[in-house]
Design a protein around this ligand. Structure first.
Ligand code: BGC
Length: 839
C-alpha cells in the first residue's frame, strides 16, 4: 500500500529524543510508537516456515522448512508459500515477517541449515526472491536474514570469521544480492557473528558499502535479537533498529552521550529514524495507527493445509529405489504386512528455535499411511531406537500419565511471583506441558515461576526425571526436593532452545497414585546471554523406566523380520536440529542408535525403505543395505501425508537435493574449519575453502566422495534431455534451449539444471556453477522444448583487487543434466573479449 504520509514532515516534528527512541524496539516484537506525533508501531513475528506470534503459544500453520522448499526447485511454490506466510502473519497481528533465512549450508553440522535453502547461492537467492515477492505482495514486510555468513551456531554471538572478499561476494553475499536486487525486501536482519574483525551490526562495509551503495537498496536494517554490539558503531555503520526492545544499548542517554562526544552526528540519527518511519509507511501503519495490540489468532485454513501437503510432497527427494520397491501402491501391498519403525508415530515437521512452530496439528506417517492404504494392509510398529536428546516434557505428547492442575482441570498450572511475595501475581491453568520458555512475554520479567500439577503415572517403576532452568531451579515431588540447580544454567543458548543437556535422576513411582510435581525457578541474573536477563524459564522431562531401559533394537529386528516391507523413519527432532546448537554428529542420534537400527532392520528384511527427516545431509553407513531411501526434510504439519503421498505413489517424487550428501564428514569442504578453534578464549573460524563450497568442492575431487550429489533426485518415471543449443541473446544474456522427454510410463516432474564454467581449468575457479534451473512436469511420452535464460554476469568471478565482476574471455562450457554429477548435454560458447561489471 502506498502511504500518503509526508515522512519529512513527521521527522521534522520529532524531537531529537523522540527520534532516538525510534531506533530501538518498544518490547520484544514491536517498534516504538509516538502517538502524540502520529507515529505508529509495527509488530514483527518469526519466521521462515510459520508465524509463531509473540510467544509461540498460538497455533499456526507449519510450512515446510526452507531446505525442503529448496528441494522443490520450484519458484512458483516458493512464492505461494511467501503469500500464505504473509496471510498467517496478519493472524498474529503482525505486518513484518522475520524471514527468509538465506545463509549458505557451509557444513552439514550447521544447526540452522534446515531453515536456509541450499549450499548454492543461485538456488538460494532465486527461491528467496520469489518467497519475498509472495510475502510483500500482501503488504507484509519480508526480512532477509542473517546478513551475513551466519553459518554456525557454536558461539554464534561472538564467532570471529575470516572470509575472503571473493568468497563473500560469490557465495555468502551473492544469495542476498540476488534476492535483494530482484525482490527488494523491506528489511534486512544482521547476523550475530563477526565478519573479518567487525560484528555484522556494526560493520560499515557490509551495511553501507555493500548493501546500500553497491546494491542500491534502501530498506530497514534491524539487528538480530540481542545482536547489537555498539552504540555509535552500529548507528554509523547503518543499523537502523536495535531489537528486541526496550533499548539495551540505544537508550536515550547513551545515544545522547555519543552525539555529545562527537561519535555520532544528528544527521545519522535522522537517517536511521527516517528509515524506521519509511518502514511504517510501507506497511500502511500510519493509516492503521494500531498495528500492535491486535489479538493473536489461530486460523487453520484448508488452502494452507493443501499447499503445505503439496509443497512437502514436492520437496521429497527419492535418493535410491532398487528393484522399484517404491511406490507401495495399494494394489502392490494389499494383504501384506508393513512394519513402521523409528519415528513412525512422530511428526518431524520442523526444526528447533525461532523457526519452530506450534502447528495447528501434525500428521504422523503412522496415521497418514493408515489413511492412505487403509485396512488392506497390516501395519505393525516398533520404536527401534533411543534417539531423544532430552527426556520428553510431561504433557499431551508424553503418554506417561495424567496431569491435573490446581484448578482440577487437565494440564499444569503456572504461577508467577514477585520475589519475596507469598501470593502469585498471576496464574495460568491448563498449560500443555511441564516446560516454559519466556521470550515473548514482558509481564513475566523478574518473576519467579512455579509450575505445579498432580501427576498419576501409568506404570510403577523407578522412572526418570530431568530438569533445567535458566536461573536457580528446584524440583519437588510431594514437597520432597528431588533435584536442585544452583544458579544459572551453564548453557543458556542451549536452554533457550530447550536443548541444553540435563542431568537425569530417578524416583520410585507407583501406578495410579497421585504425586504433586512442583518446579520452582528464579529469574536468571547476570546471565551471559543478555536477552535472557531477568527471565524465568524451565524444562522438566520424564520417561517411564520401561521406555528408558527397553531393548528397542531387538524388538525392531523381530518386527521387521515378520513383515513384507519395513520402513524405518530416521531423523532429527527439533532438539537435535535447532537454532542455538550445531549438530552433535554427522551420524544420526543418539550415539549411533539410529544407524544400528537401520542396519539391524535391513539385515532382518531385504525390503527395507528409509525415510529420513533432517534438514541436512547425514551419514548413511547402511546405504548399501537398504532398498530405497526418501529424504523427507522437515515438511511441515502435513509431514505424514506428504511422506505417504510419495511412498504410495499418489505423488510422483520430483524433489532434487539442494545440498551434496558427502560419504563422510572428513570430505566436507569446511572440514577442519568448523566450528573453528579457540584462541585466547575466542572462537575463530577461517573459511579456508574459499569459493569451493558444496558441489564446487566435490566437483574437483578425483574420487567419488559423495553418497548423492547436489541436484540428485529420482522419479517413478524417467526423463531424457536432448538437442541442447546455447545462443547469445545480448551482451548480457544467453539462452539455453533444450528438449526434455518423459521416457517412462507415469506423469512426473524433474529439474533441468544448467551449470556453466570456463573450460580453461584453473585452481582458482570452480569447474561449474548453477546458472539456471527449471522444474518441468510432463505426461508419459511427452516431449517439451524448454528455454532458460542465463545472465552473463553469472559466468563472472569477483576480482577483489579491481573491485569488479569479470567474465574472462575464452570458451565457456554449459552443462545440462539432472544433478551436478549427471550431465548429459554439453555445449560451448566463445566469449571473445573480457566483460566487466562494476559494483
Ligand atoms: C534469531 C532470528 C529471529 C530472532 C527473533 C534470533 O535468535 O537468530 O532469526 O528472527 O531471534 O526471534
Amino acid at each position: 500500500m502506498a502511504s500518503k504520509v509526508d515522512i519529512d514532515a513527521v521527522l521534522q516534528s520529532l524531537t531529537l529524543q523522540e527520534k532516538i527512541t525510534l531506533l530501538a524496539g518498544a518490547n520484544f516484537w514491536e517498534t516504538v510508537a509516538i502517538p502524540a506525533k502520529g507515529v505508529p508501531s509495527v509488530k514483527a513475528t518469526d519466521g521462515p516456515n510459520g508465524t509463531r506470534g509473540s510467544d509461540g503459544n498460538t497455533h499456526a500453520a507449519c510450512f515446510p522448512a526452507a531446505s525442503s522448499i529448496a528441494a522443490t526447485f520450484d519458484t512458483d511454490l516458493a512464492r505461494r508459500i511467501g503469500t500464505s506466510l504473509a496471510q498467517e502473519a496478519r493472524t498474529k497481528g503482525a505486518s513484518w515477517l522475520l524471514a527468509p533465512t538465506v545463509c549458505i549450508h557451509r557444513h552439514p553440522l550447521g544447526g540452522r541449515n534446515f531453515e536456509s535453502y541450499s549450499e548454492d547461492p543461485f538456488l538460494t537467492g532465486t527461491l528467496a526472491s520469489h518467497m519475498i515477492q509472495g510475502v510483500q505482495s500482501q503488504g507484509v514486510a519480508a526480512t532477509i536474514k542473517h546478513f551475513v555468513a551466519n553459518e554456525q551456531e557454536t558461539d554464534r554471538m561472538t564467532i570471529d570469521e575470516t572470509i575472503s572478499e571473493r568468497a563473500l561476494r560469490e557465495i555468502y553475499l551473492r544469495a542476498f544480492e540476488i534476492a535483494i536486487k530482484e525482490a527488494k525486501p523491506w528489511a534486512v536482519m544482521t547476523g550475530y557473528n563477526i565478519v573479518n574483525g567487525v560484528h555484522c551490526d556494526s560493520n560499515e562495509w557490509l551495511l553501507t558499502k555493500v548493501l546500500r551503495s553497491d546494491w542500491g537498496w534502501n530498506g530497514l536494517v534491524v539487528s538480530d535479537w540481542g545482536g547489537t554490539n555498539s552504540v555509535a558503531g552500529s548507528l554509523n555503520a547503518g543499523l537502523d533498529l536495535e531489537m528486541p526492545g526496550p533499548a539495551g544499548l540505544r537508550t536515550v542517554s547513551k545515544v545522547l552521550a555519543a552525539i555529545k562526544g562527537g561519535e555520532v552526528s544528528e544527521e545519522t540519527i535522522n537517517e536511521r529514524a527516517r528509515t524506521v518511519l519509511e518502514l511504517n509507511a510501507k506497511l500502511g501503519a500510519f493509516e492503521r495507527q494500531s498495528a500492535s495490540s491486535t489479538a493473536e489468532r489461530a486460523i487453520d485454513l484448508p488452502e494452507h493445509r493443501a499447499l503445505i501437503r503439496e509443497a512437502g510432497a514436492k520437496g521429497m527427494v527419492l535418493l535410491k529405489n532398487e528393484k522399484q520397491i517404491l511406490p507401495l501402491s495399494k494394489d502392490k501391498v494389499r494383504g501384506k504386512r508393513i512394519a513402521l519403525i523409528g519415528f513412525a508415530r512422530d511428526a518431524l515437521a520442523h526444526g528447533g528455535g525461532s523457526a519452530s512452530v506450534n502447528a495447528h496439528y501434525k500428521i504422523t506417517p503412522w496415521d497418514a499411511l493408515h489413511t492412505a492404504l487403509g485396512k488392506s494392509v497390516d501395519f505393525v510398529y516398533a520404536k527401534g531406537a533411543h534417539r531423544e536428546r532430552l527426556l520428553p516434557s510431561i504433557g499431551k505428547d508424553n503418554k506417561c500419565g495424567t496431569i491435573v492442575g490446581l484448578d482440577g482441570q487437565p494440564g499444569f498450572t503456572r504461577l508467577w511471583y514477585d520475589p519475596n511475595e507469598p501470593t502469585p501475581v498471576f496464574t495460568v491453568h491448563g498449560c500443555e506441558n511441564s516446560t516454559y520458555m519466556p521470550l515473548g512475554s514482558q509481564e513475566s520479567l523478574h518473576k519467579i515461576l512455579e509450575i505445579v500439577g498432580d501427576f498419576v503415572p501409568v506404570e510403577s517403576g523407578s522412572h526418570y526425571l530431568a530438569c533445567s532452568g535458566l536461573g536457580a531451579t528446584q524440583l519437588f515431588v510431594d514437597d520432597q526436593p528431588v533435584y536442585q540447580q544452583e544458579g544459572n544454567c551453564s548453557d543458556p543458548m542451549g536452554a533457550l532452545f530447550q536443548a541444553a543437556s540435563e542431568e537425569e535422576v530417578q524416583y520410585d513411582f507407583t501406578a495410579n497414585k497421585t504425586y504433586r510435581i512442583r518446579i520452582r525457578t528464579e529469574p536468571a541474573a547476570n546471565i551471559s546471554l543478555h536477552i535472557l536477563e531477568g527471565r524465568s524459564g524451565v524444562r522438566l522431562g520424564f520417561a517411564l523406566e520401561s521406555d528408558h531401559d527397553a531393548d528397542l533394537l531387538g524388538e525392531a529386528s523381530r518386527v521387521a523380520a515378520n513383515a513384507d516391507v519395513a520402513i524405518v523413519f530416521t531423523g532429527h527432532d527439533s532438539q537435535w536440529e535447532t537454532e542455538g546448537l550445531d549438530q552433535a554428529s554427522f551420524h544420526l542420534p543418539r550415539n549411533g542408535s539410529q544407524d544400528a537400527l537401520v542396519a539391524a532392520v535391513a539385515s532382518a528384511n531385504p525390503n527395507t525403505v528409509v525415510v529420513n527427516s533432517t534438514g541436512v545431509a547425514v551419514a548413511m553407513p547402511w546405504l548399501g543395505q537398504v532398498a530405497a531411501i526418501v529424504q523427507a526434510w522437515f515438511p511441515g504439519q502435513e509431514c505424514g501425508n506428504a511422506i505417504a503421498d510419495v511412498l504410495t505413489g499418489a505423488v510422483n517424487p520430483e524433489g532434487h537435493l539442494p545440498v551434496s550428501f558427502p560419504k563422510s564428514i572428513e570430505d566436507a569442504p569446511a572440514h577442519g574449519n568448523f566450528p573453528g578453534n579457540y584462541v585466547d578464549g575466542q572462537l575463530k573460524v577461517h573459511y579456508a575453502e574459499g569459493v569451493f563450497v558444496g558441489y564446487r568442492h566435490y566437483d574437483r575431487l578425483t574420487r567419488d566422495k559423495v553418497n548423492f550429489p547436489f541436484g540428485h533426485g529420482l522419479s517413478y518415471t524417467s526423463f531424457q534431455l536432448s538437442d541442447l543449443q546455447v545462443s547469445k541473446q545480448s551482451d548480457n544474456t544467453y539462452t539455453i534451449k533444450v528438449s526434455l522427454s518423459n521416457t517412462g510410463g507415469l506423469v512426473g516432474g524433474t529439474v533441468i539444471q544448467a551449470y556453466a564454467g570456463n573450460s580453461m581449468r584453473s585452481h582458482e575457479n570452480p569447474i561449474k556453477s548453477l546458472v539456471a534451473y527449471r522444474k518441468v512436469r510432463l505426461q508419459p511420452g511427452e516431449k517439451q522444448t524448454v528455454e532458460l535464460p542465463v545472465s552473463t554476469r553469472d559466468l563472472s568471478y569477483f576480482d577483489t583487487e579491481g573491485q569488479r565482476w569479470v567474465v574472462q574471455h575464452g570458451t565457456y562450457q554449459f552443462s545440462l543434466g539432472f544433478s551436478s554429477a549427471d550431465i548429459s548435454q554439453v555445449a560451448s560458447v566463445e566469449i571473445e573479449k573480457q566483460i566487466v561489471y562494476t559494483l
